[in-house]
Design a protein around this ligand. Structure first.
Ligand SMILES: [Zn+2]
Length: 383
């Protein structure tokens, strides 16, 4: 484990190695949630190290890795379905969902959404590896509002928000792939069947849920109206109906300026005409997606790599033990994993790898190659 964890506490920071500008090296001074200490607040004299009072508030910040940046390394687009037992490819136990968050956080991973991938993941701190949580089928165990209007703490969303509250630099959301027209319990996260609840009441609850997701930086993704197999549609028009009606039925709850950019293929099966998965039209209304999520796959290419295909994003199913093994493998050989340079204007890559960057897709970013000398354990050198 190559983690640097700074415990920042008032004057304690003053004893850390200061650069010539008087700001501690390695500490991001731009984000208040990472323990910003403004230059003026730094003590002019270096005090003796102080042991914090047991009751003093200790803020854990900047727990990113020491790994050299490698923005051509691979990323994990995790795929979850139901919460529950027994565990299998489509079901994760609550305690293991919590453990996944903890393991990823401790290992230097930070969440981003597909929308943030589209923007080049500008908010990732240096040394962090992005991880994308995609959660399919909008079932009850994923997100539920209790009678008092609060989020059920034992749902995936409840656990996520609890984890975020305890770890302020776990500061983004997951991607929720919704089936607006499916039967209970996959209709907008376990809403009661419409015949049991007056329509206005039901819609008000769904609106609250969607508002919550948007306000908390989560992403809404279309997973079709009710999970029909797109390869069994009778024609192109029906494919577009499954996708377009799904989009429309979600869109009514979204802010006007919210554009859904991600589509998740039900069961990972493609329509005969593949391009209809990312572009089409239903009842005169066009739909368009930047990303199409597959159901299977391994770690995905970096979005900065020429070989990255946004219309076929591989996903890593969180089957029992699999994520743990993947994280351990990348601890042993970190050269395989994406590591951020912390600079939203640059794409930092291993020595000799600049030609792999997709400069057509990212014309505004500067490609920076790591220097060949003095870099031991350089990322990306494995063949
Ligand atoms: Zn599904």
């Amino acid at each position: 484990m190559e983690l640097r964890v700074y415990l920042v506490l008032g004057t304690f920071l003053g004893v850390m190695a200061c650069g010539s500008d008087g700001v501690s090296e390695g500490v991001d001074t731009t984000d208040p949630e990472r323990g910003v200490v403004l230059e003026a607040e730094l003590p002019t004299e270096v005090p003796e190290p102080e042991v914090p009072e047991p009751s003093a508030p200790v803020v854990q910040v900047a727990s990113v890795t020491d790994l050299p940046p490698n923005e051509l390394g691979k990323i994990l687009v995790l795929e979850y379905h139901r919460l529950g037992e027994p565990e299998n490819e489509y079901s994760r136990k609550a305690e293991n969902f919590r453990a996944d968050l903890e393991l990823l956080y401790r290992s230097g991973y930070r969440p981003v959404t597909m929308r943030q991938v589209l923007e080049g993941m500008p908010d990732l701190p240096r040394g962090a590896t992005p991880v994308i949580f995609t959660i399919d089928d909008s079932s009850r165990g994923q997100f539920y509002l209790l009678e008092d209007g609060s989020v059920d703490p034992n749902t995936m969303l409840g656990m996520w928000e609890e984890f975020r509250a305890a770890h302020p630099d776990w500061n983004s959301g997951a991607v929720w792939c919704i089936l607006p027209g499916a039967d209970y319990p996959s209709n907008f996260f376990g809403e009661k069947p419409s015949r049991e609840v007056p329509r206005a009441e039901r819609e008000a609850i769904i609106q609250k849920k969607v508002d919550y997701l948007i306000e908390h930086d989560h992403e809404i993704c279309n997973h079709t109206l009710y999970h029909a197999r797109l390869d069994r549609a009778r024609d192109d028009a029906q494919v577009q109906e499954f996708i377009g009606r799904g989009e429309d039925s979600i869109q009514v709850y979204l802010p006007d300026d919210y554009d859904i950019v991600t589509f998740s293929l039900p069961l990972g099966v493609w329509p005969k005409n593949r391009s209809l998965a990312w572009q089409g039209e239903y009842k005169g209304k066009p739909y368009h997606y930047e990303f199409v999520l597959e159901v299977t796959g391994d770690a995905n290419e970096s979005p900065f790599d020429r070989t990255f295909d946004p219309h076929s994003v591989n996903r890593f199913i969180v089957a029992p033990g699999r994520l743990e093994r993947q994280i351990a493998a990348w601890e042993r050989d970190p050269s395989r994993r994406f590591v951020s340079d912390g600079d939203p204007t640059a794409i930092t890559v291993p020595t000799g790898a600049a030609q792999r960057v997709d400069t057509v897709r990212w014309p505004d970013l500067t490609v920076v190659e790591l220097p060949p000398e003095g870099e031991v354990n350089q990322a990306g050198r494995t063949s």
